[in-house]
Write a protein that binds this ligand. Structure first.
Ligand code: DX5
Ligand code: ZN
Length: 218
């Protein structure tokens, strides 16, 4: 089953609650929340207090994408604020296995993100404990960038490994996802699609979400 996760990075921050409700009403299963610290990536975006406020306006799954150094310091705050899935970057973690345990202990699903330049080998030993892997299809930091096609092989390889090993692990993709690229990533094996500008930039968000979902390949 394909799940659509609109990224609120492309939403109007002056009315975030309504922006979240609008995409949930339009059929989105997840709300993708991009947390940036100005160090791991250049921007600074939103923190746990904003997540706590948004938690009051919807029951949708909150998919928190931490683009921060020292992610282990943030787990408790985001879990308490109402995150359902907490994802950290393998490039930021000295003890990734421990962070996965901490996310689970906090009652959340655990995910690890890989930049386009990072090999799957970095998470091989962690895969059996993960609920989701996020394959970045752009370099993190900004919405509206162009999809990097060389990430398709990585999605494909990961999908085969998960299948062969019998793991229960979703594959999420993030960056440059639209109707066209959605078809490519779903045929490579991705099942959770983040889309920022393709959803919030569209005149009709319901149509945009439906079009991305319909790009699923048989
Ligand atoms: C990029 C963020 C993405 C971003 C995606 O660093 O992680 O979630 O919002 O935006 P689009 O879909 O516009 O590429
Ligand atoms: Zn993201």
């Amino acid at each position: 089953m394909i799940k659509i996760a609109p990224s609120i990075l492309s939403a109007d921050f002056s009315k975030l609650g309504a922006e979240v409700q609008r995409v949930v009403a339009a059929g989105a299963e997840y709300i993708h929340i991009d947390v940036m610290d100005g160090t791991f990536v250049p921007n600074i975006t939103i923190g746990a207090p904003v997540v706590k406020s948004l938690r009051k306006v919807t029951d949708a799954v909150f998919d928190v994408h931490l683009m921060v150094e020292h992610p282990e310091t943030q787990i408790k705050a985001f879990a308490e604020a109402g995150a359902d899935i907490i994802c950290f970057h393998i490039e930021t973690a000295k003890h990734p296995h421990r962070i996965v345990q901490e996310i689970h202990d906090a009652g959340c699903r655990a995910a690890i993100a890989l930049n386009p330049g990072t090999s799957l080998a970095m998470i091989e030993e962690l895969l059996q404990d993960l609920d989701m892997v996020l394959i970045m299809t752009v370099n993190p930091g900004f919405g509206g960038q162009k999809f990097i096609a060389s990430t398709l092989d990585k999605i494909h390889m990961l999908s085969h490994t998960i299948h062969d090993m019998g793991y229960d692990c979703d594959i999420e993709v993030d960056g440059g996802i639209n109707e066209e690229t959605a078809a490519l990533v779903t045929s490579a094996g991705a099942n959770v699609l983040v889309a920022g500008s393709a959803v919030y930039g569209a005149p009709d968000v319901q149509k945009a979400i439906a079009a991305i979902r319909a790009a699923e390949q048989p």
